[in-house]
Design a protein around this ligand. Structure first.
Ligand SMILES: NC(=O)c1ccc[n+]([C@@H]2O[C@H](COP(=O)([O-])OP(=O)(O)OC[C@H]3O[C@@H](n4cnc5c(N)ncnc54)[C@H](OP(=O)(O)O)[C@@H]3O)[C@@H](O)[C@H]2O)c1
Length: 216
């Protein structure tokens, strides 16, 4: 995020906040996970591929007996997902879409052959999606945004670790998306985090926090 807490600006182009070394660090974290989750908003806005780029890391995963890439996961209520988005068209790993019940039928048809659509309730219940992921053997899930998804995981106490990278940008635009939004759950508890690491990576800084009993 920028120093004032934004994860993008309000322009149609994606704001590149991190530097090359930090993108490589993200690549290594991806390689250590069983799955990567982003919200449907990020799939629509950023069109990310969510792949492990380093051939060495991919080879090490295969040597460990797991697929070269983590599974990809997204969440949607509206069902507004383009089957030609790179989320669906790149990589060999399974793609999972947790959808609110009313969107499931149409989305299953639209994403046929590209992703498995799972009914996660009406309204969609995040804990249902996470329990299903666990049943599929997903133990370490990397959540890569955007702001709505960060807000849910943090206010619902569903994250064990937060890796926050602060970039030397001041965005200052109230229309830009923030790292988190105001809590949507009025009674959400204030969660103490433990600072486990600070690392300077060129002109950005990584702050790694452990949350609750999370060991990272
Ligand atoms: N700097 C970074 O590291 C970074 C990383 C990722 C994203 N971003 C930025 O974040 C912005 C997007 O953030 P965002 O908040 O708009 O979108 P988001 O968090 O990526 O996705 C929100 C969408 O996900 C679905 N969703 C999430 N939780 C749900 C739930 N519990 N039940 C049902 N559906 C759920 C909904 O999709 P439907 O609308 O389809 O129902 C919702 O609109 C973009 O500007 C992007 O560039 C920045």
């Amino acid at each position: 995020m920028s120093v004032d807490g934004y994860i993008d600006d309000a322009s149609p182009q994606r704001l590149r906040l991190s530097n090359t070394a930090d993108f490589d660090r993200v690549d290594s974290v991806r390689a250590s996970c069983d799955a990567i989750l982003v919200g449907a908003g990020t799939v629509r806005t950023d069109d990310p591929r969510l792949l492990v780029r380093s051939p060495e890391r991919r080879a090490r995963r295969v040597a460990r007996g797991v697929p070269a890439e983590p599974a990809k996961v997204t969440l949607t209520s509206s069902g507004d997902l383009d089957p030609d988005a790179q989320f669906f068209t790149t990589g060999q790993a399974p793609k999972l879409v947790y959808a609110a019940s009313p969107a499931v039928r149409e989305l299953t048809g639209r994403l046929k052959g590209r992703a498995e659509v799972v009914d996660a309730g009406d309204p969609l219940i995040l804990a249902v999606a996470l329990a299903d992921l666990r049943q599929r053997g997903i133990r370490r899930l990397m959540v890569e945004g955007g702001g709505s998804v960060h807000t849910e995981f943090l206010t619902l106490g569903l994250a064990d670790e937060l890796q926050l990278v602060v970039a030397p940008f001041f965005v200052g635009d109230p229309y830009a998306p923030r790292f988190v939004q105001p809590g949507v759950f009025p009674q959400s508890p204030k969660r103490q985090m433990r600072l486990a690491e600070t690392t300077r990576i060129g002109d950005v800084v990584l702050l790694r926090y452990l949350i609750g009993t999370g060991r990272g």
